[in-house]
Write a protein that binds this ligand. Structure first.
Ligand code: CAA
Length: 287
């Protein structure tokens, strides 16, 4: 019988990784958060502290529970720190070569019964699993941003994922208070197969001067009752991530023109206008 998951490793301390560490620690898991730089880990700690303070202000958590959750999070720049984990969640940049490399390293750093999952938003789980020594223990566990707020986790089986792996990862997601859905291992799974063409189409609407940035967002926000217009949401997700996902969809669907990334989106990424994180995207956040 498989052991219960107690320790969760998180690879990558960016906006997804620190959110995953936060919800895991609040759910009572011990957490090991790794990144290649101390600066990234320091920034993640500050974000987690800020998010705990927000929960305290709203009286959603007691001081003791917040302190205990923070104390459960250990950080390291060494991949070997995942040796003690039962489940490792990779939340690195959306780049296939990087993910292949990380999963190769995780195969070496952990024993063969440790579950290895990827938070990829679009890349083939089967391909990532094939870079490990245990494809039956690998699957997709796709969180939404901001992780502490969004209720969904999308679960994706690779070709070789076992039922036991799926059940244990599903149980961990539910312990974090998330609702799970299962999507097939096809480009973009469910969420990004639907969301990214919508965002890309909003970029085309801007490119073709159907409306201004503000009018496109107001139209969709008030016209379809979503919390953010598509261009605001693109800036929030990161335009580089949006472009990377559109490229996975375009390539993975045999070059079908319906997934062709908008040239304006590509231009913004070339300029380094990646959205909120760089202070400029479809909107200007400086000042
Ligand atoms: N971390 C933690 N909590 C946060 C947060 C963050 N980064 N940002 C906001 N919150 C909390 C706030 O504290 C507030 O909590 P309560 O409702 O409990 O009081 C709540 O979220 C709402 O926040 P605000 O009132 O400050 O702001 P808002 O009403 O504008 O909401 C939002 C912010 C939750 C981000 C909302 O705009 C929203 O839901 N936007 C859409 C987000 C979305 O679609 N995410 C999915 C992106 S796709 C994805 O992630 C997958 C992918 O692969 C690309």
């Amino acid at each position: 019988m498989s052991t219960e998951i107690q320790t969760i490793g998180v690879v990558g301390a960016g906006q997804m990784g620190n959110g995953i560490a936060h919800v895991s620690a609040i759910a009572g898991f011990d957490v090991v958060l790794t990144d290649i730089s101390d600066a990234a880990l320091e920034k993640a700690r500050k974000t987690i502290d800020g998010n705990m303070a927000r929960l305290l202000r709203k009286e959603r958590i007691t001081q003791e529970a917040a302190d205990a959750a923070v104390a459960r999070i250990k950080t390291s720049t060494d991949m070997a720190a995942h040796e003690s984990a039962d489940l490792v969640i990779e939340a690195a940049t959306e780049n296939v070569d990087l993910k292949k490399r990380i999963f190769g390293q995780l195969s070496e750093a952990t024993s063969s019964d440790v579950l290895l999952v990827t938070n990829t938003s679009s890349i083939s789980v089967t391909l990532i699993a094939a870079c490990t020594d245990r494809p039956d223990k690998v699957m997709g566990m796709h969180f939404m941003n901001p992780v502490p707020v969004m209720k969904l986790v999308e679960l994706i089986r690779g070709l070789a994922t076992s039922d036991d792996t799926f059940a244990r990862v599903d149980a961990a997601a539910q312990k974090m208070g998330k609702t799970t859905v299962e999507g097939r291992d096809m480009p973009g799974f469910i969420v990004n197969r639907v969301l990214m063409p919508y965002i890309n189409e909003a970029a085309y609407a801007l490119y073709e001067q159907i409306g201004t940035v503000e009018d496109i967002d107001t139209a969709m926000k008030l016209g379809t009752n979503v919390p953010m217009g598509p261009l605001t949401l693109a800036d929030f997700i990161g335009l580089d991530t949006c472009l990377a996902i559109m490229e996975v969809l375009h390539d993975g669907m045999g070059g079908d023109s319906k997934y062709r990334p908008c040239p304006l989106l590509r231009k913004y990424v070339e300029a380094g206008w990646l959205g909120r994180k760089t202070g400029r995207g479809f909107y200007d956040y400086q000042g």
